[in-house]
Design a protein around this ligand. Structure first.
Ligand SMILES: Cc1cc2nc3c(=O)[nH]c(=O)nc-3n(C[C@H](O)[C@H](O)[C@H](O)COP(=O)(O)OP(=O)(O)OC[C@H]3O[C@@H](n4cnc5c(N)ncnc54)[C@H](O)[C@@H]3O)c2cc1C
Length: 412
């Protein structure tokens, strides 16, 4: 079997790339071992955030390290059992907090995030997904003076960059979101942000629209990539499939296919959790981030979703039940009027690089393989930029100098 382009991974990144390539007239085969959007892209917080300007590793993170190792209920935790395996990644992560490296990553983050909606617009039209995307702003809320004080640096940065924001007091917060608890005294409103109210359905629509326009979706587990003359042979499906190009969008599992090619990159799962509660009296309008708790509450089609936590515990360990209980407690403190029945729980693996930037570009040793993975905490937002970049790379038109920050070569 032969194909022009095979996209491995039908998460939001692979599906967005497949849709964009199909729109450009390419013959695309999308391969995933599960149905579209059923991995990390299923349960995220749905946030679409064009003004996010910082990577996770920052110059002031060093004083928080003891807490990561000793506070099991903190927003970022490292499981002791997984520590030896995660150590090389963690050491590189710590290095990324150095001011010069931080600044480079921050610029990359801005490049990827600033055009989220503009980059998504043609894909959303192609997939008839307008009803899933809501540009209604986002609120960050704070219930302590210390928490709000910590946000001042970010407020200053947004101001310096000319990004739209409004600093709010408690009354103004409740004018925007009347069901939020009265504990929140400070807030920042980001009017250019928005959310997707069903991230899995968005992925499914990208795949459906691509298939309707001539692409194919194949359920299968890719076992191995074999570089061959003029392309790559994909092994593990019913029969070997030869492609001129492979777009590797396998999320946190991407390394499993790169390692045998001698191209292993630092990629670690930040396990994230959500609980979703059915709407009672409270039906908020927009995505709200309780900053001290690092918990996002998003009005999804089926209920109010509370998502958060970054837990470094590998891809094999079972979900930690205590995490769900903590999220549920936070949910009730944020929105006291919520209904308690109908709760759903989910855990997924954010594919994280040390500098928080994805790898987008040709693999230096095997140029037929185009990397599109490692979007960490912002893959729903970053998928739209990535699809545009991958389309340019496949066309041989990847001339934008600001894309160098995403080059796979930085880790190889
Ligand atoms: C709790 C939580 C909240 C989040 N909130 C937000 C948010 O508000 N905004 C935002 O922008 N981002 C958010 N994210 C991050 C975002 O969800 C991820 O960055 C994004 O989903 C990653 O997408 P992906 O397509 O790279 O990976 P995935 O969705 O994991 O897809 C990768 C796919 O590749 C397939 N695959 C891998 N290897 C193979 C193989 N060998 N053979 C066949 N198939 C293979 C897998 O089966 C999988 O389906 C959040 C994440 C979490 C966990």
């Amino acid at each position: 079997m032969e194909a022009e382009i095979v996209v491995i991974g039908a998460g939001v990144v692979g599906a967005a790339c497949a849709a964009r390539l199909t729109m450009s007239g390419r013959k695309v085969v999308i391969v995933d071992r599960v149905e579209p959007g059923m991995s990390c892209s299923f349960g995220n917080a749905g946030g679409l955030s064009p003004t996010i300007s910082f990577p996770l590793a920052t110059p002031d993170m060093y004083k928080q390290i003891p807490g990561w190792l000793t506070k099991p209920d903190g927003p970022l935790v490292v499981d002791w059992k997984h520590l030896p395996r995660a150590l090389p990644w963690l050491l590189r992560f710590l290095r990324e907090g150095m001011p010069s490296r931080f600044e480079r990553a921050a610029q990359g983050m801005r490049t990827m995030m600033r055009g989220v909606f503009e980059d998504y617009a043609p894909l959303i039209e192609f997939a008839h997904a307008q009803s899933l995307v809501h540009r209604v702003g986002q609120l960050y809320v704070f219930d302590t003076e210390q928490g709000f004080a910590k946000e001042q640096g970010a407020i200053e940065t947004r101001r310096a960059l000319g990004l739209e924001q409004q600093v709010l007091d408690g009354d103004a917060i409740r004018e925007l979101e009347p069901h939020l608890d009265a504990r929140f005294k400070h807030g920042v409103y980001l009017p250019t942000h928005g959310h997707c109210s069903n991230p899995q359905a968005l992925v499914q629509r990208f795949v459906d629209a691509s298939v309707a326009a001539g692409a194919r979706f194949v359920r299968g587990d890719v076992a191995r990539l074999e570089p061959a003359d003029g392309g790559v042979v994909i092994h593990g499906l019913r029969s070997p499939l030869k492609a001129r190009r492979v777009v590797l969008a396998g999320g946190v599992w991407s390394n499993e296919l790169l390692r045998p090619l001698g191209a292993s990159v630092p990629l670690e799962s930040h396990r994230g959790y959500h609980v979703q509660l059915r709407y009672g009296q409270a039906r908020p309008t927009r995505n709200v981030m309780w900053q001290e708790m690092k918990t996002l509450a998003t009005p999804m089609d089926e209920g109010l979703r509370f998502a958060g936590t970054a837990e470094i515990a590998g891809t094999k360990a079972m979900p930690n039940a205590r995490r769900f209980e903590l999220l549920e407690k936070v949910a009730r403190r944020m929105y006291p009027g919520l209904q308690s029945e109908g709760e759903t729980r989910w855990m997924g693996h954010r594919p994280c690089t040390p500098d928080s930037l994805p790898l987008i570009g040709e693999l230096p040793s095997h140029k037929s393989i185009v990397c599109a993975f490692g979007h960490g905490h912002v893959g729903l937002s970053g998928a739209s930029f990535t699809s545009r970049a991958v389309d340019c790379i496949v066309r041989g038109d990847a001339t934008d100098a600001s894309w160098a920050a995403f080059s796979p070569g930085r880790y190889l």
